[in-house]
Design a protein around this ligand. Structure first.
Ligand code: FAD
Length: 269
């Protein structure tokens, strides 16, 4: 980034967006990923931290998370961290190190659309929506936001519904601080022992996080403690995976079956 000529700190989302439309501009929040970008074309950095977007607000049915909220604040917020019976606290702790979580923001993590992002898998499992600004404010499902490449938009807020049911997150990485070889989030609502609703998200396939709808549908109406083996076999057949430096597509398929088995055992407890 040797050709940066301007570092701008706008005070409204609208002005940040307008400046962002100028060629060779880039938004920056926590800066962890921006600092890795080696582009000679970049001339302007737009610091979004000057916007008033660092908050966690509890409403009756959901939480609103400002885009500048640090990952560490998600763990320390008493009500939000306990969402899904501690799902948020447990899962966010699996991301990077304390130092990384103290810098990385929710907005930067979502906007960058990394295939290996745990943050996206976790928020998708919770059924979150994203508020973006692109000339006007729009609210869309996180799932749609990451699949459509919404260019130039500013992520301003995430809405996370209060979770009905149990949620778990599983991550396989080669070491504690490593990026996921595969990550998996499962949210299940039960009617007695029977699965009423299921949401299953797998990320770092290595492609972007995706819901595995065939397995979700298969589980509905089945007894939670009897569904594990068949669901684990099914996910390995239907999931689309790829090969990269971390693992082969075949290894990831096998891993998806193991992580789903672990997740189902935990929700059935
Ligand atoms: C060493 C290391 C280990 C990591 N380990 C993990 C891990 O295990 N799991 C995991 O999930 N993540 C991990 N991360 C990624 C981290 O969690 C964040 O996703 C990442 O740092 C981006 O967040 P940021 O706030 O730093 O964004 P930045 O670096 O500031 O920005 C990232 C990108 O998003 C754009 N952007 C930033 N904010 C916005 C916004 N509000 N609206 C629109 N665009 C925006 C920027 O222009 C840039 O393109 C790791 C990162 C590092 C450096």
């Amino acid at each position: 980034m040797i050709n940066i000529k301007e570092y701008v700190k706008p005070d409204t989302v609208q002005s940040a967006y307008e400046i962002g439309q100028m060629p060779n501009s880039l938004y920056v929040s926590g800066g962890l990923m921006v600092s890795q970008i080696k582009s000679e074309r970049l001339e302007r950095l737009i610091d979004l931290k000057s916007l008033d977007l660092d908050y966690i607000r509890e409403e009756e049915n959901y939480f609103k998370i400002g885009a500048n909220t640090k990952l560490s604040s998600l763990i320390s917020h008493p009500a939000f961290s306990n969402l899904g019976k501690g799902f948020i606290k447990e899962s966010i702790k699996e991301i990077g190190s304390v130092q990384i979580r103290n810098m990385a923001t929710v907005g930067g993590s979502i906007a960058f659309r990394l295939g290996w992002s745990d943050v996206i898998t976790i928020f998708m499992t919770a059924g979150s929506q994203v508020e973006i600004y692109k000339g006007n404010f729009q609210r869309i499902n996180l799932e749609d936001f990451i699949s459509q490449k919404v260019k130039g938009a500013i992520v301003t807020e995430i809405t996370v519904p209060k979770i009905d049911g149990k949620c778990v997150f599983e991550k396989f990485a080669k070491s504690n601080f490593d990026i996921a070889t595969l990550n998996l989030g499962l949210r299940v609502s039960l009617d007695g022992k029977f699965v009423k609703e299921a949401r299953l998200v797998v990320g770092s396939r290595p492609m972007l996080s995706q819901r595995i709808r065939e397995v979700e549908e298969f589980m509905i109406g089945k007894e939670i403690d009897k569904v594990s083996n068949e669901a684990s076999e099914l996910i390995q057949k239907v999931i689309q995976t790829g090969t990269d430096i971390r693992a082969s597509a075949e290894y990831r398929k096998a891993l998806s079956g193991s992580l789903l088995l672990k997740a189902l055992r935990r929700v059935a407890q």
